[in-house]
Design a protein around this ligand. Sequence first.
Ligand SMILES: [Zn+2]
Length: 253
Amino acid sequence: MTKGRMRGVRVPLIVLLGFGLLIGVAGSVMAVPEATEVLATTKQGGVINATRFGPTGAPTKVLVIGQMHGTEPAGRAVVRNLAHRLVGETKIPADTVIWLISTINPDGDAAGTRVNASGVDLNHNFPQDWRQQGGGTSSWSGPSAGSESETAAVLAFLDRIQPTAVLSFHQPFAVVDITHEASRAAGRKLATWVGLPARVVGCPGPCYGTLTGWVDGHLSAIALTVELPGKVSGAGVKRSATAVLRLTRWLAR
Ligand SMILES: [Zn+2]
């Protein structure tokens, strides 16, 4: 069995893992995944998972959603990179938790469609200024606010964890959207670290039923859409993941 060292006493690593966090220097900790939970199973049998790094009671809670539209895979790679680093040597502040969701649209991801298996654009299905719109297109809002199981699962999860910040990855517009005023300072920091401009992007007309609109309006939390470019290199993925970690440390300061 692998051995670890804590307070000068050699103990089995498995015991250390039982503590959930390995204590490091200056209030930082090496996080280990404390829990992975299934938030929902979707129409086509896809699974929405959330994995937690850090203690549930942490005051700074960052949620990263890698993918909402099935045709935009780069954010999933960012989440994979984050998970790999958080399992490894990367440290985060002790009073911080990072939640990772690879995709909230597994059916769209499997089918290679922007929409879910019911033809709904999840980013118009949230109950913040929801309007029926986009019928017959890949921007359909769905039949009612929060009608989709994916949306309902994310809403219940957000209500439960009450995040400090939600980062939602998309492609391909190469910009960090700082539409929401309360998110602008964080968004500008993140944009600098990701290497993209920060801009108020908004929607053609008002934004109806968006995830970040709901997070901003209902939870008063930081809500940022990170639009990566259409093609993202391995270095770009790593830089985005590093930016998330830097933002987490900045929020916990
Ligand atoms: Zn998108």
